[in-house]
Design a protein around this ligand. Structure first.
Ligand SMILES: [Ca+2]
Ligand SMILES: [Ca+2]
Length: 234
């Protein structure tokens, strides 16, 4: 009779371990052959970056390209336009170019839970539609940390790519976030030693909500284990 509670506490401890050890940020890429603007319909005009103005460094502004097109809610137009006017609807990276967005403190002063990030790139040739960039986030009152490094390069010529960053356990890529920063990396077939042409980066999420301190649950578990240990020794 004195052993009837034995299995319960070890099972609870296992649950804690599993929940914390398997969480992972997942990067998924898709491409659409040679079709420009294949993912234009997926661009969001209501994500967390909508209406924000980025702090930027290093972008290529030739022919009207601008990093403001990263979050203008539009996929832009095809390059099959006389005179190449479509360049003004794209974002033209340089290797090392940065765009930093201040999301603000959110409705609860706790920042934002980021649930997914989506980036779309394309061009009519030479692999400019490949994608390579790093995502960093800064929590309210915290420091920048890298959450994902994108290296999706399926194209050897014209085409479109879409990359999605998610999290496979909690569904939250990062919590309590106030700033998010993107840094362009080099891609194969890119212009000027590795630049590519992006159409949009969407960041999805919601205001971070305060939750009961997990430490109280952990303390309960530790106390229970201590009690279990003492009982076992008797
Ligand atoms: Ca855009
Ligand atoms: Ca957008």
């Amino acid at each position: 009779m004195k052993k009837k509670n034995y299995p319960i506490l070890p099972l609870a401890a296992l649950a804690f371990t599993a929940g914390s050890s398997h969480a992972a940020v997942v990067t998924t890429g898709v491409n659409a052959g040679t079709t420009q603007l294949a993912y234009s319909g997926d661009v969001s005009a209501s994500d967390l970056l909508t209406g924000l103005t980025a702090t930027t460094t290093g972008w290529n502004f030739t022919s009207g390209a601008t990093p403001a097109n990263l979050n203008d809610g539009s996929g832009g137009t095809s390059f099959d336009v006389v005179g190449g006017a479509a360049i003004a609807t794209i974002v033209w990276t340089t290797v090392g170019a940065t765009a930093e967005y201040n999301l603000g403190p959110g409705a609860n002063g706790l920042g934002f839970d980021i649930t997914s990030i989506q980036s779309i790139a394309d061009w009519n040739g030479v692999g400019f539609g490949n994608q390579g960039y790093t995502v960093e986030v800064k929590p309210v009152g915290g420091s920048y940390m890298t959450v994902a490094t994108i290296d999706y390069q399926p194209l050897g010529g014209a085409g479109s790519t879409k990359v999605t960053v998610t999290e496979d356990t909690t569904g939250v890529v990062a919590s309590g976030i106030e700033f998010i920063k993107f840094t362009a990396n080099s891609v194969n077939g890119g212009a000027n030693s590795g630049a590519f042409t992006a159409r949009e980066i969407d960041v999805f999420g919601s205001d971070t909500v305060a939750v009961p301190e997990p430490s109280s649950a952990v303390l309960l578990g530790v106390g229970g284990l201590a009690l279990f240990g003492r009982r076992r020794r008797k």
